[in-house]
Every structure is written in structure tokens, then in C-alpha cells.
Ligand binder design. Structure first.
Ligand SMILES: Cc1ncc(COP(=O)(O)O)c(C=O)c1O
Length: 497
């Protein structure tokens, strides 16, 4: 018999007062589990010190649990709920067939330490995904160990260091553009490099003359994303790559924006030596809330010996086995990376095929350009070149004239049924709103979102307080974000009760 539900939550289904914690919903003796009858003699465990350390878990029924988590889920906005134009994050639809593949027991029941001989299918998955990734990036070999884009960046920086050190030429400096994502300089710094910033020119691209003036024999490499964080394709990329290579540096490609170029152009052909891909962005695997992700790193033939290992290799009979590359930087993950994410990404790649992946890039650019054209009368476009898969507008003028900031616009969108875009990034644009519609949304959705953004701007001129007071329909209105970041309080304690 199922246990009866415990204390009912008095919280409304959405909005209103906070959802009680499971401990607050707990009723002594209530259970969400049952065990079969004992078929061996019962043996009391006499461990009084263990009894003292019991964690005091909540006692709730299965139905309590389901209701609790369903209520919480109803308070959350996700890609399966509505338009989620979070620039640089590629919040596209995650096809459910990929979850089906990743949930197959042939994969889920496989222990990561299973000897390669008994895990040939799983190794084939890695080899197949690696082959497709190398084809799309123009690289030679790849590792799936890094668990996110930032982990890929750090891996790439460690490979850069190992490469220069092996040449007897350890170098000190990594150059990043002033429009770079914060993880780029952070990863270079964590790998022990001095980070120098190259400015963007008036067109929003790397200032090639400024870059040339910074290049010397201490430059280990340049980190770049292309299209850049303004959504603009770096037109001088070949000249940039040649200049960095002339001083012996390497080029690192931050693949966060690869959605725009899939099957159209390849980082390897642009001159990059190391490329990370964000499987959780470009290849449609669910992300957000800290993971799990996958940031595989692909490299040229020259750099392959430095990759983290072990890597799958094939013997003469076609059997796959694990091998550490000759000059490997070692492991960057305890196992083989987030295998479930790789499975989802491979399913997506194979379901779409070559033509389908190219279509992803074409449609993502078309959608971004169309959306930009729909709002360009209401928001400034600071770098007005044709955008790729995303674009950045500024609410600076609106702020000057009405007091309504980018943050207020973002807060007004959930009241209108949309997730906010990325804000205040890249740092070179004041009051930035970075919008990435992705290829998966319909024309009607784009038009509805543009209408909401335009209506917010018009309301701001008429009645700025109506926007500054938003949101009014969400479970949480305006938390004090500085306090929340500085005094994070996520531990339940008695005084909350
Ligand atoms: C341009 C850019 N680079 C790097 C990253 C880091 O990727 P991850 O979040 O997978 O660590 C992001 C993340 O949003 C990004 O937008």
C-alpha cells in the first residue's frame, strides 16, 4: 500500500510564499520506500556511535516527494517551457531521442572501470563522436574528459604550456580580446599565464594593429571565439592567426559560438590549433544550473601527443583499447568525462547528419538576423554589422532617457512569458542585452519576443515605474542579488523553521 501523503503544503502552485523544505514537510514514521520481507535471520547492528550520527533525514511519503519536486519545477523556467534567448549559452531544444539513447541500460549499467575489451560499444561511441567533432572543427584528435567549456579552456592552456615547455621555450603570456568571456582570462591565469587584453576596434573585432604591437617571443597563445561575443565574425582571422604563429604562439578557439559555423567553416581552416566545443550548447544536450556538461578539446596532429589521456586507440584487429598519449598532460577528469552528455551529442549529430548540422548554422544565423531587425528601432545596435547566431543591443539610451536599465528589461520579460537574454556581457557594451534565439524557434516565437521587447521599451518611456517594478508574476520578485552572491545561504537550519 502506498503511504498516505504527509503535511500538505499551503504554498500556491506557482508564485507566492516559499515552498517548504522536505524537513518542514516531514512526519515521523512516514516513508517513501519499502523493502522486501527479510529472508535471512535478522541481526541487530550494535553501533551506538552510528546511531548518534544519523543524519536526521526527512520522513515523507513518495507522493510528498513527487508533489514537492513538481511544485519546485513549476517555479522554474526551462528550455522546454518557453523562449530562452540567453546569448552565448545556445539554449536550443534538446531532442528527447537523445535522452532515450543516453538512458539505455547498455550504457547506464556500464562501470567506467569496465575493461576496454568488455566496453567496445562505449569506446566506439567516443571514437565516432571524436571523428565527427574533428571533422567539424578541422582538428586531428580530441579528448572528452573536460566536463565543461571552462574545463576545456584550462585543458587547452595546459596543453599550450606543455607544448612550449617541450620545445624548451616556456612562455609567459596569453592574449585575450577585451570582449572575451570571463572564463578565458581566468583559465589562462589558472594555468599560470600572465593575461594581456587586446582591444576591439570600432567594428567590434580584434584590433589587428594593437595585436601586432603586443606579439613577442613571450606570447604563448591567443584565445579567441569566432564569431566573437558580439556575434560578429572576425573577418581578419587568417591574418590574426598568421601573426600569432609568426611569433611561435598557438591559437585557442573557444567553441561556445560554434553553432554559427557548423558545417560552414572550421576553426582548423581559420588557423586555430586547439579547439574546445561545448557539447551542452552546440550539440543540444541539456545544461544550466551547473552541469553536467562536456567541453571536449580537439587539437592539431602536432599537439595530439599532449592531450589528456587515456585515449581510445584501435589495434590491427579493429579492437579498441585505452592508451596514454606520449607526452600527455595527464588526466583532467577522474574517468572518461561525462559520457551521458557525449551520448546525447552523438545522437543529435547522427540524427541531423552533415546537411542537418549545416542547416543548424544557417537557421541560427537567419533567426538572429531576423530578430535583430525586428527590435533595431527600439534598441541601439552598437556594432551594426550583419550578426551571426547572436547579437548584442544596448539599453544605454533608454537608461539615459527613462532610468530603465538592461536589468529592468530582463526582469520585465518573465512577466511576458520569456526568459531574459544575457545581460551586461560583453563588457565593452554598456547596458548590454545579448540575444541568441537559436535555430529551434519558430518565426511566430521570434515575433512574439520582439513585440514584448518593443512593448517594454515603449512602456519605459510612458511609465518607467511599471518596468522598474517588474517582475510581478514570478514566485520570486527581485532578490538582492549582491547580498545573495556575497552571503549565499543555502543550508537549512532550525532557525528557518
Ligand atoms: C564565450 C564563452 N566562452 C566560454 C564559456 C564557458 O563555457 P562553460 O559554461 O561550458 O564552462 C561560455 C559560457 O557561457 C561562453 O559563453
Amino acid at each position: 500500500m502506498p503511504e498516505p501523503a504527509g503535511k500538505a503544503s499551503s504554498a500556491p502552485l506557482v508564485g507566492g510564499s516559499p515552498e517548504p523544505t522536505l524537513i518542514e514537510l516531514s512526519t515521523d514514521g512516514r516513508r517513501a520506500w519499502s523493502l522486501p520481507e527479510l529472508d535471512v535471520p535478522a541481526t541487530p547492528i550494535d553501533l551506538p556511535e552510528l546511531a548518534e550520527r544519523l543524519p536526521g533525514l526527512p520522513e515523507v511519503s513518495e507522493y510528498d516527494l513527487v508533489m514537492h519536486y513538481t511544485r519546485l519545477a513549476h517555479r522554474n523556467f526551462g528550455v522546454d517551457l518557453g523562449f530562452y534567448p540567453l546569448g552565448s549559452c545556445t539554449m536550443k531544444y534538446n531532442p528527447k531521442v537523445a535522452d532515450w539513447a543516453a538512458a539505455r541500460s547498455e550504457f547506464t549499467s556500464l562501470h567506467p572501470d569496465t575493461p576496454a575489451h568488455f566496453a567496445q560499444g562505449a569506446l566506439e561511441v567516443l571514437v565516432d563522436a571524436e571523428r565527427i567533432l574533428c571533422e567539424l572543427t578541422g582538428m586531428y584528435r580530441a579528448t572528452f574528459q573536460p566536463a565543461a567549456g571552462a574545463a576545456g579552456e584550462l585543458t587547452g592552456m595546459m596543453i599550450t604550456r606543455a607544448y612550449h615547455t617541450a620545445n624548451g621555450d616556456p612562455r609567459t603570456t596569453i592574449i585575450v580580446p577585451d570582449s572575451a568571456h570571463g572564463t578565458n582570462p581566468a583559465s589562462a591565469a589558472v594555468a599560470g599565464y600572465t593575461v594581456k587584453e587586446v582591444p576591439s576596434n570600432e567594428r567590434g573585432m580584434v584590433d589587428v594593429d594593437a595585436l601586432r604591437s603586443m606579439l613577442d617571443d613571450q606570447v604563448a597563445g591567443l584565445m579567441l571565439t569566432n564569431p566573437n561575443t558580439l556575434g560578429l565574425f572576425e573577418e581578419d582571422i587568417v591574418e590574426i592567426a598568421d601573426a600569432v604563429h609568426e611569433v611561435g604562439g598557438l591559437l585557442y578557439y573557444d567553441g561556445a559560438n560554434m553553432n554559427a559555423i557548423l558545417g560552414v567553416s572550421r576553426p582548423g581552416d581559420m588557423g586555430f590549433d586547439i579547439v574546445h566545443s561545448n557539447l551542452h550548447k552546440t550539440f543540444a544536450t541539456p545544461h544550466g544550473g551547473g552541469g553536467p556538461g562536456s567541453g571536449p578539446v580537439a587539437v592539431t596532429r602536432e599537439l595530439a601527443p599532449f592531450l589528456p589521456g587515456p585515449l581510445p586507440m584501435r589495434d590491427e584487429e579493429g579492437t579498441l583499447f585505452w592508451e596514454m598519449p606520449a607526452k600527455s598532460i595527464g588526466r583532467v577528469h577522474g574517468r572518461h568525462g561525462n559520457f551521458g552528455v557525449v551520448l546525447r551529442a552523438l545522437t543529435y549529430m547522427r540524427a541531423l547528419g552533415d546537411a542537418g548540422l549545416r542547416r543548424v548554422a544557417e537557421l541560427s544565423v537567419l533567426n538572429a538576423r531576423y530578430l535583430e531587425s525586428l527590435i533595431a528601432d527600439h534598441y541601439e545596435v552598437p556594432y551594426p554589422a550583419p550578426c551571426m547566431h547572436e547579437f548584442v543591443v544596448s539599453a544605454e539610451e533608454l537608461k539615459q532617457q527613462t532610468g530603465v536599465r538592461a536589468m529592468d528589461i530582463a526582469k520585465a520579460l518573465p512577466d511576458r512569458g520569456f526568459h531574459a537574454p544575457t545581460m551586461y556581457f560583453p563588457l565593452i557594451v554598456h547596458e548590454a542585452l545579448m540575444i541568441e534565439p537559436t535555430e529551434t524557434h519558430s518565426r511566430e516565437t521570434l515575433e512574439a519576443f520582439a513585440a514584448a521587447l518593443n512593448e517594454i521599451a515603449e512602456t519605459a518611456y510612458r511609465d518607467p515605474e511599471a518596468i522598474i517594478g517588474a517582475p510581478t508574476t514570478t514566485p520570486v520578485h527581485r532578490p538582492d542579488e549582491a547580498q545573495a552572491a556575497r552571503h549565499l545561504d543555502v543550508t537549512w537550519s532550525m532557525h528557518h523553521g
